[in-house]
Design a protein around this ligand. Structure first.
Ligand code: ZN
Ligand code: ZN
Length: 553
């Protein structure tokens, strides 16, 4: 008996790209398959966990189970399904998002994917385990944790959660589903560490609605609320705010359209059309009747808020007297972009209220320290494994568990195989883990290609080509072209000198052999040009050298 083995491939050691393999009786269930937002740029669109190790065990993988529809849990499903032909279990909302995403990928064989919607009454018999979804409160509709019955006892996975005792309609923190298991004792808890460094409690979602209503009611000009489109309950509350304040809702941004459509299909958002207008109508509304919902609260340059800030949005113009509320958090790494966004808006005369000005305009969807502690005091597990966080978050969460009296606490990182057997948690093995960068074309990019792109972006590049005779002696002059180094038209003398430097170096090659080979020529030219730019400009671009050898007449 090897117990239950957990192999995190993503999410343990970082915030994002959650993906964990749970192995029982020699078979594997994968829980969540998300993306991470850092590492993008340089043509990289999507970054997800490297599941090479799982591919080696493809025959044993029986299912993918999704806890909820956030990108860090489902964003890589379409890629996962290229490699694994398994059914996908998940809440209706998450499944609808996955289908939407797959429909955008022309390369996908969408008709063969088997989807199974889970609800609170579901029972999943997978890999010799029984999994029961239990609904948790978080920051989007239909979020679940899992109660898992295994040969090693009962395991509770919280998924992403917060404890909101006054949740939006349709949401609940389903203590009653877990309660019957408590008398048998909980062997292990795996729980979300995102806010393990944030004291206190996260606060209820409904309080945000009340604060937004108060602010909008006082505003006289246009109000634009920047938020995460997946926060459907907040959007729903803003529809009510619009009704109460005599405004119309203008949706700005593709992901807002997607979520509004899915939320209506699933009857989470009912009959919004008394206040929802088409975005093209934004310009015809009076400022005092305008309440826009906009994407781009992280300062993303192409998103609606940035385009509003720069005056480039086709459907709405904003200015003096208008108000932007950033009803969202700052994702670490985006600070600069968000400050730039606020600066541009304020220069346009727009007032900006962010969470740092009025903390009531946003609450986190992740449990803070007091909620994490009360969860552990409620479940009283024998063992605890923190998940979803950087190492610092995981360690902080482990301390909370020890303080709460959990006897067996472990911390592990991506690629470590953690085994639960006889009540003990141990790292028993290590597998390959890492990140896969996916290009805009939908294919993985090799790390060396990314290193090249980074170097070219950093230093620019130069290409030198030249003609030699059959013995390798230079014929005529080398030609040089550059990108990202200098404006060539402005620097004729510099390029002339560069050509001379390369020609000189090529003529000076001393070799006992009769024929100088291409490699020697190209290496010489490359080094001469790098040395020249280094001396003249204090920088060494990436240089490519190409030999053209004349055939013997
Ligand atoms: Zn989430
Ligand atoms: Zn998450």
């Amino acid at each position: 008996m090897t117990g239950v083995r957990f192999t995190p491939l993503g999410g343990l050691g970082e915030i994002g790209m959650n993906c964990m393999a749970v192995e029982h009786d020699g078979r594997i269930v994968v829980i969540d398959c998300g993306v991470i937002f850092d590492g993008r740029g340089l043509g990289v669109d999507v970054v997800h966990a490297d599941w090479e190790w799982l591919i080696d065990r493809r025959q044993d993988v029986v299912a993918l189970v999704l806890t909820h529809g956030h990108e860090d849990h489902i964003g890589a499903v379409s890629y996962f399904l290229r490699d694994f032909d398994v059914p996908v279990y998940g809440p209706a909302y998450a499944i609808a998002l996955v289908k939407h995403r797959i429909a955008e990928h022309p390369w996908h064989r969408a008709n063969r994917i088997e989807y199974r919607v889970i609800t609170e009454g579901s029972r999943l018999d997978l890999a010799g385990m029984t999994m029961r979804p239990w609904q948790v409160t978080h920051s989007m509709p239909s979020c679940f944790g899992l109660v898992i019955e295994t040969s090693e006892g009962i395991i509770v996975h919280t998924g992403d959660f917060k404890i909101d005792d006054r949740p939006p309609p349709g949401e609940r923190f389903a203590r009653d589903v877990v309660e019957p298991y408590l008398e048998r004792g909980i062997a292990l808890v795996l729980s979300d560490s995102t806010n393990a460094l944030t004291p206190g409690e996260s606060g209820g979602e409904l309080g945000v609605g009340e604060a937004l209503e108060e602010i909008v009611a006082r505003a006289t000009g246009r109000v634009i609320v920047g938020l995460f489109a997946s926060n459907v309950h907040r959007m729903r509350m803003l529809f009510d705010v619009a009704r109460h304040t005599g405004r119309k809702v203008v949706p700005l941004g593709r992901s807002i359209d997607t979520h509004l459509r899915i939320a209506q299909e699933l009857a989470i958002l009912k009959d919004p059309h008394d206040v929802l207008v088409r975005r093209e109508e934004g310009r015809t509304l009076a400022p005092s009747q305008t309440l826009a919902l906009a994407t781009g609260s992280q300062g993303e340059p192409q998103a609606a808020l940035s385009r509003l800030a720069s005056g480039n949005h086709p459907d709405l113009g904003i200015g003096e007297g208008d108000l932007v509320i950033l009803s969202s958090r700052v994702i670490p790494g985006n600070e600069r972009l968000i400050l730039d966004l606020i600066e541009t808006l304020e220069r346009r005369g727009v007032r900006v209220i962010s969470r740092s000005i009025d903390p009531r305009v946003h609450v986190s969807g992740h449990a803070h320290v007091e909620e994490q502690r009360s969860l552990l005091e409620w479940l009283k597990p024998r063992a605890f494994l923190p998940v979803h966080g950087t190492f610092v978050h995981l360690r902080a969460h482990a301390r909370i568990a020890r303080d709460a009296g959990v006897p067996e606490v472990a911390t592990a990182l991506n690629g470590e195989v953690i085994q639960l057997s006889d009540g003990k948690l141990r790292v028993v093995d290590r597998v390959w883990s890492g990140r896969v960068h996916i290009d805009r074309g939908g294919e993985p990019v090799d790390g060396r290609v990314l290193a090249d792109r980074r170097n070219v972006a950093e230093w620019g590049e130069a290409v030198v080509s030249f003609v030699v005779d059959e013995r390798g002696a230079l014929v005529g002059e080398p030609r040089i072209t550059t990108r990202g180094v200098v404006i060539e038209a402005d620097e004729p003398n510099l390029l002339e000198d560069a050509r001379d430097a390369v020609a000189h170096a090529l003529r000076e090659i001393r070799t006992p052999r009769l024929v100088i080979d291409d490699e020697t020529l190209e290496d010489t030219a490359r080094r001469a040009l790098r040395r020249f730019f280094g001396a003249e400009l204090g920088k060494k671009p990436i240089v490519t050298a190409l030999t053209h050898r004349l055939a013997r007449a």
